[in-house]
Design a protein around this ligand. Structure first.
Ligand code: VGL
Ligand code: ZN
Length: 199
C-alpha cells in the first residue's frame, strides 16, 4: 500500500463479501465483471495471512425456498443455495487456511445483505482484535454496502477496496450511489494496492 494511511498492520482485518460462484459471470445472479475481484482479493488475503492478520469470508447461504427468490415473491432468481456449487466460493479465490467463514441469510423467512446480520462476525472480529476492516467482494450495491454500513455503525473504521468490488446495477448508477453512500457514512476508499493503478 503506497498511501501510508492504508498500510496494513495490527488491528486490521480483511472481510471478503460473498465471492461465490453464483455472483460470477455465468452464475445464477451474475454480477457484471464480478470475477475481476477474485485475483485482487486472493493476493490481498495472502498478504494478510503472511502478516498474521485475520481474514473473514462471508457467504450468502440460502435454503431452497428462501424468501428473496422470485418463486417466493422476492426480487432475485434462486442463488447461493446452501451446499450447491453456486454457493461455493470462487474456485480461484485463494483463502488462507485460517479464514473464518461466515454464513448469512440461512433461514427461509429472512434475507440479510449484511455480513453482520444474524451472524457472529462482530464477535469474532472483536476477539481477533480488529479495529479497521478492509472490505471487498460482491455486490457493491447490496452486500458490500450493507456490510460496510453495519461495520461503521459498530465502530469499525472501514476501507473499501474500490478495485475489488463490483455492482449488480439493477438500476444504472446503483454501484456509484452505493460508493457515495459508503463515503458519506465515513468509509475510506482505496484499492488493493493502496492507490497504485489497478492491475
Ligand atoms: C447479494 C443479492 C442477493 C449480495 C445477495 O451478495 O450482494 N445480492 N443476495
Ligand atoms: Zn442472496
Amino acid at each position: 500500500m503506497e498511501d501510508p494511511s492504508v498500510a496494513i498492520g495490527p488491528g486490521d482485518a480483511l472481510v471478503l463479501v460473498d465471492v461465490q460462484n453464483d455472483f460470477l459471470p455465468g452464475g445464477a445472479l451474475a454480477v457484471p465483471d464480478g470475477d475481476a475481484v477474485v485475483p485482487r482479493l486472493s493476493r490481498l488475503a495472502g498478504r494478510f495471512a503472511t502478516l498474521g492478520l485475520p481474514v473473514f469470508a462471508t457467504r450468502d447461504w440460502h435454503p431452497p425456498d428462501h424468501c428473496s427468490f422470485r418463486e417466493q415473491g422476492g426480487p432475485w432468481p434462486p442463488h447461493c443455495i446452501a451446499h450447491t456449487e453456486g454457493a461455493a466460493f470462487a474456485a480461484q479465490l485463494a483463502l488462507p487456511a485460517a479464514t473464518r467463514i461466515v454464513s448469512k441469510a440461512t433461514r427461509a423467512a429472512a434475507d440479510a445483505y449484511s455480513g453482520f446480520e444474524g451472524t457472529d462476525l462482530d464477535e469474532h472480529l472483536r476477539a481477533a482484535g480488529a479495529a479497521r476492516l478492509f472490505v471487498g467482494g460482491l455486490a457493491t450495491d447490496y452486500c458490500v454496502l450493507n456490510t460496510v454500513r453495519d461495520a461503521l455503525r459498530l465502530g469499525y473504521r472501514v476501507i473499501v477496496l474500490t478495485d475489488a468490488i463490483r455492482a449488480v446495477d439493477v438500476t444504472p448508477g446503483d454501484g456509484e450511489r452505493a460508493i457515495a453512500e459508503m463515503v458519506r457514512l465515513g468509509a475510506k476508499m482505496s484499492d488493493t494496492r493502496g492507490g497504485a493503478p489497478a492491475c
